[in-house]
Design a protein around this ligand. Structure first.
Ligand SMILES: Cc1cc2nc3c(=O)[nH]c(=O)nc-3n(C[C@H](O)[C@H](O)[C@H](O)COP(=O)(O)OP(=O)(O)OC[C@H]3O[C@@H](n4cnc5c(N)ncnc54)[C@H](O)[C@@H]3O)c2cc1C
Length: 384
């Protein structure tokens, strides 16, 4: 059993997550298969149907849905995030493309939990039972998706871009602008083939996310498709702090890269102090990211006012950690790390692209601005 298949220690020893024990065991049992499938989908990119099916079989698809929709009953938000932190890391370790798709599905489940009516949550139960998977598609080329008043009701116009799982996912929660200029969440079918265009998703990593464009023009949403009120999507601190979830997936990639690097470290390299130093730096870097993301998950659960600042700062830490471990891995393992069939090569390609989430420099700058104003670390431990 390799290091990345061994059961995880509790992320927070004081916080057992009984509700998720079984899911973790089932995910770890499927781990090798997810790795194998991830490599195959990377070679011949398409929507990773089989990997997604495993997420359904293991129960990961429904686990973080609202309880009324069949999700687990957590004691509180901290137990939920502690569980989710480990689940996202495991999926990310197996395959970052799958992790991205899964994280999108989780984001949609959170939106249902926060803004769904009782009727919508029960309808979600039926859909999840039938194997439905969701995405959240916000990114769009100008002018973006707009809601127009049609003759028989409201009608959508426009398309989304970087829409992970376009044409493959059953549904997506999209953002659309109301005639009054506000942002409204709407559930749309995500698997209408003719609306999806993934032909230009020709990328060096994250290939099987199939993050293409999706045209929603002409779709007439019914009342049941409107999730929450205009403006709900960007409510803080949830909106910004929610970034901790993609950080947990990226962290999984960093951890997998570290473990692979160790496995591929030759005897010569292991007996060389210079190479050992690099390995030590990679361990410290990966665990630094771990500590920040774990903390970010906790702050997000508490919904503290400074949670967005801690998460923004964590984004910079994770980006730096990923870039460092990617470089150190290539230097420790050498040329072999760049070959097509090497897992190290795939993880480096995937991570390199996945780090390009929106506005990374701005996130760090906003965090610095907050810290200049006050010690945003908070937690009863203020330096100023
Ligand atoms: C694999 C993958 C999957 C994705 N899946 C989805 C999905 O399912 N749904 C979805 O909605 N989106 C998705 N996205 C999109 C993602 O969330 C980001 O919107 C996108 O990656 C940002 O792309 P960008 O780097 O071109 O843009 P930007 O973030 O705009 O960055 C471009 C450059 O401009 C700079 N910049 C940006 N804003 C400013 C500013 N205000 N001031 C100064 N400089 C600025 C940035 O720092 C950066 O250097 C996905 C992206 C990837 C890579």
């Amino acid at each position: 059993m390799s290091i990345i298949e061994r059961p995880l220690a509790r992320s927070d020893p004081s916080y057992r997550y009984q509700a998720t024990e079984g899911l973790i065991v089932r995910l770890l049992a499927s781990f090798s298969e997810l790795v194998r499938l991830g490599a195959a989908y990377d070679r011949a990119p398409c929507y990773p149907e089989q990997s997604m099916a495993i997420l359904i079989e293991t129960g990961a698809q429904a686990h973080f849905a609202p309880p009324e929709s069949g999700g687990a009953m957590f004691r509180d938000a901290l137990e939920e995030n502690t569980s989710l932190f480990d689940v996202l890391r495991i999926v990310g370790r197996s395959d970052l493309s799958l992790g991205r798709l899964f994280e999108g599905h989780i984001n949609a489940m959170k939106l249902f939990g926060w803004f769904g009516t009782s009727v919508q949550k029960h309808a979600l139960y039926d859909r999840l039972q039938k194997g439905a998977l969701y995405g959240v598609w916000a990114t769009e080329p100008p002018p973006g998706v707009e809601i127009h008043r049609g003759k028989s009701g409201r009608i959508l116009e426009g398309r989304k871009m970087f829409a992970s799982g376009a044409g493959g996912l059953n549904f997506a929660i999209i953002t659309a602008r109301t005639p009054e200029g506000e942002v409204q969440l709407i559930s749309v079918p995500g698997n209408v083939g003719k609306r999806a265009d993934t032909s230009r998703w020709l990328v060096r990593g994250m290939r099987s996310t199939m993050s293409g464009t999706y045209d929603v023009s002409g779709f007439e949403p019914g009342n049941q498709d409107y999730l929450g009120k205009p403006g709900d999507y960007a409510i803080e601190p949830r909106f910004t702090a929610g970034a901790w979830r993609f950080l947990a997936v990226q962290l999984g990639g960093i951890e997998a890269l570290l473990a692979e690097t160790r496995t591929n470290m030759s005897d010569n390299a292991r007996s060389d102090p210079l190479q050992r130093q690099k390995f030590g730096e990679a361990v410290a870097s990966a665990r630094t990211a771990y500590l920040w993301v774990r903390e970010a998950a906790r702050r997000a659960a508490e919904e503290s006012v400074d949670a967005p600042s801690v998460v923004r700062m964590a984004r910079g830490v994770v980006e730096r950690s990923a870039l460092d471990v990617m470089e150190l891995s290539a230097r420790i393992v050498g040329t072999r790390s760049a070959f097509d069939d090497q897992r190290i090569d795939k993880i480096i390609r995937d991570l390199g692209l996945y780090l390009r989430q929106a506005g990374p420099d701005q996130a760090r700058d906003q965090a610095a601005i907050a810290w200049l104003d006050h010690d945003a670390w908070g937690d009863g431990d203020l330096l100023w």
